[in-house]
Design a protein around this ligand. Structure first.
Ligand code: NAD
Length: 283
């Protein structure tokens, strides 16, 4: 059984990005990311801090816009409009969830698709659907990067994704499909979930429930990718009962140290891609 090391793979991605950022600088091109956070959500604050740190380590300019909880929709839209037109900013990210009085859909739609490094804008979602995309949501992108790094072939494999969120489950299913996997996306209304999971060569758990995937749900020798992150009194755990499932599978990702570190690395990668596209640079 192999435990995939997300820290190692994310470090490799970041190194690759840092090198490209350096090369762009030599051509007089800078790479910049704006991160907007509204309100005081403690988890969001940690994510934003980590994103800023990652930018700094990779030579990416980062601008943080920390807005008060009572920011109006117009104020937020005005800021996004300004950033859409700001040349030194290549990527814009608005940390979700937003306070309830703000309409997430309208906010996401207002970000220029060319700067939408989270790939949440309907334009980018559509491009993922047809398999012609620059940006992919960072978590599924990170999982594909892990599979490629570990030489895990997707073509012809039975892939089961548990969860159909717009951020993880759905794009994950599409990316596996583009790699010629045979994909089933399960959700809270799925019947016979265990039987479907038992068919999976590659099982991705993005359920949002601690230790939801148990040993009796996985096939002997399967590849199991755990997207979940849960804080418990005993530390972090994922959507997979790692201790027992790991005894049965061939490959598994741990929590922490699995998918989590990949997400920020892929955000850096998307920001680099945005800068290249905006400056008509291939690659
Ligand atoms: P979500 O709550 O938006 O979606 C959960 C999905 O699971 C839904 O589509 C729902 O239909 C499905 N589901 C719920 N109960 C089910 C059941 N009993 N049987 C089958 N399906 C069921 O969550 P999300 O945003 O997709 O995130 C999923 C998990 O991944 C969360 O734990 C989240 O914290 C974590 N996450 C981690 C990262 C990372 O970087 N590692 C990034 C994003 C999300």
């Amino acid at each position: 059984m192999k435990i995939i090391d997300g820290k190692l793979i994310s470090a490799a991605v970041k190194e690759r990005v840092a090198k490209s950022v350096e090369q762009l600088k030599e051509q007089g091109v800078t790479v910049g990311l704006a991160v907007i956070i509204v309100g005081e959500d403690p988890a969001s604050k940690v994510y934003v801090k980590n994103k800023k740190k990652a930018c700094e380590a990779l030579g990416i300019i980062s601008e943080e816009y920390a807005l008060p909880e009572n920011t109006t929709q117009k104020e937020l839209l005005d800021l996004i409009h300004e950033l859409n037109n700001k040349k030194s900013i290549n990527g814009i990210l608005c940390q979700l969830p937003l306070p309830h009085h703000l309409d997430e859909k309208i906010i996401i739609n207002s970000i220029s698709p060319q700067k939408d490094v989270d790939a949440f804008h309907p334009y980018n979602v559509g491009r993922i659907m047809i398999g012609d995309y620059d940006f992919v949501p960072c978590t599924p992108a990170g999982i594909m990067e892990m599979l490629a790094y570990e030489n895990i072939e997707v073509e012809g494999k039975r892939c089961v994704v548990i969860g159909r969120s717009n951020i993880v489950g759905k794009p994950m299913g599409m990316l596996l499909l583009h790699k010629n996997g045979t994909v089933t996306v399960c959700h809270s209304k799925t019947k016979d979930l265990k039987d479907i999971c038992l068919q999976a060569d590659i099982l991705v758990a993005a359920v949002g429930r601690p230790k939801f995937v148990t040993q009796d749900m996985v096939r002997e020798g399967a590849v199991v990718i755990d997207v979940g992150i849960h804080r418990t009194p005993n530390g972090l755990c994922g959507d997979v009962d790692f201790e027992n499932v790991s005894k049965k599978v061939s490959v598994i990702t741990p929590v922490p140290g699995g998918v989590g570190p990949m997400t920020i690395a892929m955000l850096m990668q998307n920001t680099l891609t945005a800068a290249k596209r905006q400056n008509n640079i291939d690659g």
